[in-house]
Write a protein of this length. Structure first.
Length: 926
């Protein structure tokens, strides 16, 4: 940890030194109004450049009085450009000299731009504020050769991208990335940011997108989604571009990918594909994995890029078009074939409340999972007229999985004496399909403003069938020696359907106030068949039905929910207060044991949403919600089940619903002038009648788990983010502080066991935006965890250091190195980790246009990669060590395709040119 503190201190001192360099020599100020002199031009963009060199501009925006100010200007000649949307730009020239150091341009008047005047072409400022949108000029932020849109986002003030490609903008997580205002491969941000090149991008727009309901009613319901819209350059809207990659390396490693995109006005067509065995995924997990059916063998192996060995063959197709002035359509298809191999060792400490004893589980486990899935998404938006519209969004998945698991588990007491040993092998095959929320919306606006009615139909269905084999050898040492063998064949079938229509009506009751009435009906039917048969030695077949390992049931639920929301909308604030009541009746028949459970629940759903807007880029939000969680079928059935004859489960039909209170407060501020971002959020929740485990530990090392309602579960967490730019070197500095505290409990041998976890973390990151042939990103952070229980305290920590260095020459040579260091300490022997991960590469751009690249790279040069993790629960501390990708050398060839038509051309370049679209030129030869 000491080294990280030293690194952080070094970076801070370096930055402070950079800030302090340069003697203050001059200033510039002015004030902007329109030609009437009455309208103050707040948020106008002001760009300052040297007359001799415009490549390193300074930038600010005017404040609420229309004023701007620059300081620390060296003696030289300057140009200043003032721009505002819809107005003609103002250009002024001035000089800073020893005799005249402070320049006051006085009152400047902006004139509205006439449609008859030709547009004056001037350099756009790096950042502009347009209504509620912060817009970045992509040409002002420089990336390395053959970069991705993700690399461009890292350069933008107020935007952060982590190593996994997750995006944060103005302190909030970005969950949607659009391309020219439309979704790109559904709602998967990485498919856009990891496949589009920066050189086609004109602007990056960051804004809070409204919900579909808000867009329809015209009344803000407070539900926002942080969104990035990538707009392409005008001369890149008609043509095709893409990239082909092929690489081979040591240890039989390979990496191949292709992405091709065709833009033709409103029409966009994309093809994506990848094949590799180096844990590389350009898609999110929802596109890689299908939903597994079957009870056993589905171990949730997701192929995390940092653990296990993942081989992927995947491809996709994306289509977007405007079929008519009133019809927009887009959709995507994905295919994925994935092989994941995970070897894992775990060390689990099980505490026994009320005693000084504990048990230890040491496990070696090997998991192999093969997955194939097809995923289809489509979106159709039809506007019949200004009052009536339709949205149809079907989403389908077809999948097949074949998991295989082998494990050996030794359970011992705290003195090392063995209690039991289990060796198990499990194989299964599962296949089926899912309708993942097919949605149909019918909407009508009345003549009276804000009066609307809409019908929202949702259908979810799941059909999965599987079978497999479960074999185990269990040896018990305490209290009596015993050997138990398992040799079983099982069949699993899960067929479920959920149909949920919602009727909504909004009525204006006063100026800027509406009432919203909602009625929702939900029908849920679930048929699950889990039958297990023991091996019959005489018949040499699986014939003997085992009711203990079987659990089949039929479940039907009907729910009716009524809600009323009052909303008021003002320029400065929005407030929504609402409440709902839901009546739920369900019955479950366990066909294995012929046991019926029926319940009737009344659930409340209060909500409060408040937003106060200080300015276009500064706001405060408060969200409160209360929701009821009903017990699952497995938690209610008074039936004993097991999957290994060591650990048993039994439901509790007397369980009450749990009720969760959740509160979130958020403050966000982004100053486009200084490019400083400040974001803070506090989240808190508590659960009444929390459904938790009640565990009985047996002398033979096994357990029986039931379920009870407990109180005392709560958590609170805070997140603080502050970032700002540095002039020398041109870069962005970002600080993130997070803290959390949570308390949970369960029952172990009927004794209440509380666990209280405290987490403290700090991260600092530094991203350069240099125009010269060098690029650097740096981050360092540390996390300290305090876990307290009735018996003992466990304090452990981790820290990390990461840097990305890239240097490139004008003749096409590129040298890069990524170095990641992580340390996890204060854990059992074998589960502490000190990982220096160094991955250098050298590349040469090829061909006249430099659209080819040959790269030699080494992953994990020091051959030190490993993965460890710790999880703390109420009565367990679990340390795991998982296999990871280790050192390999790879030679990769990349070819970039780029063929765009001149905007004046009437013919598309020849790719996919037999497609036609509304409102655009028809492709293909006559």
């Amino acid at each position: 940890m000491k080294s990280v503190f030293i690194a952080n201190a070094f970076l801070i001192c370096f930055c402070l030194q950079a800030i302090g360099q340069g003697k203050v020599t001059g200033t510039l100020k002015g004030r902007i109004v329109d030609t009437t002199g009455k309208q103050v031009m707040a948020d106008a963009s002001v760009t300052l450049t040297l007359a001799a060199d415009s490549t390193e501009p300074e930038f600010t925006i005017t404040d609420k009085t229309g004023s701007f100010y620059f300081k620390n200007l060296k003696a030289s000649n300057y140009h200043v450009v003032i721009s505002f949307e819809g107005y003609q730009a103002i250009v002024r020239r001035f000089s800073i000299t020893a005799d005249k150091m402070d320049i006051d341009l006085g009152l400047l008047y902006m004139q509205k731009q006439s449609d008859l005047l030709e547009e004056v072409i001037i350099q756009r400022p790096p950042i502009q504020v347009k209504k509620d949108t912060v817009e970045y000029n992509a040409s002002m932020f420089h990336t390395k050769p053959n970069a991705l849109a993700e690399d461009l986002l890292k350069k933008l003030p107020g935007v952060q991208v982590d190593k996994d490609g997750n995006i944060t903008a103005q302190g909030e997580k970005v969950t949607r990335v659009l391309v020219n205002g439309k979704r790109f491969f559904s709602d998967d941000p990485k498919l856009a940011t990891r496949n589009l090149p920066p050189d086609i991008i004109d602007k990056i727009q960051v804004f809070d997108d409204l919900s579909d309901q808000s867009k329809f009613t015209g009344f803000d319901d407070g539900n926002r989604v942080k969104t990035i819209n990538i707009t392409t350059k005008k001369d890149k809207k008609q043509g095709y571009f893409g990239k082909v990659v092929a690489g081979a390396g040591t240890n039989e490693t390979y990496d191949a990918s292709v992405n091709m995109h065709r833009f033709n006005g409103n029409q966009q067509i994309s093809l994506l594909g990848q094949a590799n065995d180096i844990n590389k995924q350009n898609f999110t997990v929802q596109d890689i994995l299908g939903t597994t059916g079957g009870r056993r063998g589905a171990n949730n192996i997701s192929g995390n890029s940092n653990t296990g060995i993942t081989t992927v063959w995947a491809g996709g197709f994306n289509y977007k078009d405007a079929w008519s002035p009133k019809t927009d359509a887009y959709g995507s298809y994905f295919f994925n074939s994935q092989h994941v191999s995970v070897d894992q060792q775990s060390h689990t400490q099980n505490t026994i409340p009320g005693t000084d004893s504990s048990t230890i589980n040491d496990q070696d486990q090997s998991n192999i999972q093969r997955t194939q899935n097809h995923r289809i998404f489509f979106n159709l938006e039809q506007r019949f007229d200004s009052s009536n519209s339709l949205i149809f969004r079907p989403n389908f998945t077809f999948q097949k999985t074949t998991p295989e698991t082998s494990s050996n588990t030794m359970t011992s007491d705290d003195k090392g004496a063995p209690i039991n040993n289990s060796t198990a092998h499990n194989t299964s095959t599962n296949s089926g399909y899912n309708i993942n929320g097919a949605n149909l919306q019918l909407r009508h606006k009345f003549a009276k403003r804000f009066r609307t009615i809409s019908l929202d139909l949702n259908l979810t269905a799941n059909v999965n069938d599987g079978d497999g084999y479960n074999k185990a050898l269990n040896i018990f040492y305490k209290p009596l020696s015993k050997i138990d063998t398992i040799n079983q064949y099982f069949t699993d079938s899960l067929h479920s359907v959920i149909f949920s229509p919602t009727l909504s009506y909004t009525e204006p009751i006063a100026k800027n106030q509406i009432l919203e009435f909602n009625y929702n009906y939900t029908y849920n039917r679930n048929n699950s068949i889990n039958n297990t048969f023991n091996f019959n030695e005489q018949a040499h077949d699986y014939l003997t039905f085992d009711s203990l390992f079987s659990n089949s049931y039929k479940f039907i639920s009907n729910a009716n929910r009524f809600s009323l929301n009052w909303r008021i909308q003002n320029p400065k604030y929005n407030l929504s207060i609402g409440s709902g009541i839901q009546f739920t009746d369900f019955s479950s028949l366990n066909t294995t044991k012929n046991v019926t459970v029926a319940q009737h629940y009344i659930n409340l759903t209060p909500t409060v949403n408040f937003q106060y807007t200080f300015s276009k880029t500064q706001h405060f939000r408060l969200n409160y919600s209360g929701r009821t969680g009903t017990p699952s079928v497995a938690q209610l059935q008074p039936i004993v089940t097991t999957s290994d004859s060591i650990n048993f489960q039994i439901g509790n039909p007397d369980l009450k619903p749990q009720f969760t209170h959740s509160l979130r407060m958020l403050y966000s501020s982004f100053d486009p002038g200084t490019q400083r971002v400040l974001f803070a959020t506090i989240n808190a929740s508590t659960i009444v009648n929390d459904i938790q485990n009640s565990i009985v530990q047996h002398p033979n090392g096994g357990t029986t788990t039931s379920y009870v309602n407990l109180n005392g579960t709560y958590n609170i967490s805070g997140y603080f983010n502050y970032g700002f730019p540095l002039k020398k070197p041109k870069s962005n500095l970002n600080f993130i502080t997070n803290a959390g505290y949570n308390q949970s409990q369960n029952l172990v041998n009927e004794v209440s066991n509380f666990t209280r976890n405290t987490t403290l973390g700090e991260t600092i990151s530094w991203t350069t935006n240099l125009r010269k042939n060098f690029d650097m990103n740096f981050s360092a952070g540390s996390t300290y965890n305090i876990a307290q229980s009735a018996k003992q305290n466990f304090n452990y920590f981790s820290y990390m250091f990461s840097t990305e260095l890239t240097g490139y020459t004008n003749n096409g040579w590129l040298i890069a190195a990524n170095f990641d260091y992580s340390y996890s300490g204060n854990r059992p022997p074998g589960y502490n980790a000190s990982v220096p991960l160094l991955s250098p590469s050298i590349a040469k751009q090829l061909f006249k246009k430099k659209n080819g690249e040959l790269r030699l790279s080494i992953f994990d040069l020091l051959n030190k990669n490993q993965a460890v993790n710790r999880t703390v629960t109420a009565n367990q501390i679990v340390d795991t060590r998982t296999n990871t990708l280790t050192r390999y050398v790879m030679l990769t060839f990349t070819y970039n395709l780029n063929n765009f038509a001149d905007p004046s051309q009437k013919r598309m370049p020849g790719m996919f040119n037999n497609f036609h679209r509304y409102g655009g030129m028809k492709g293909g030869a006559p």
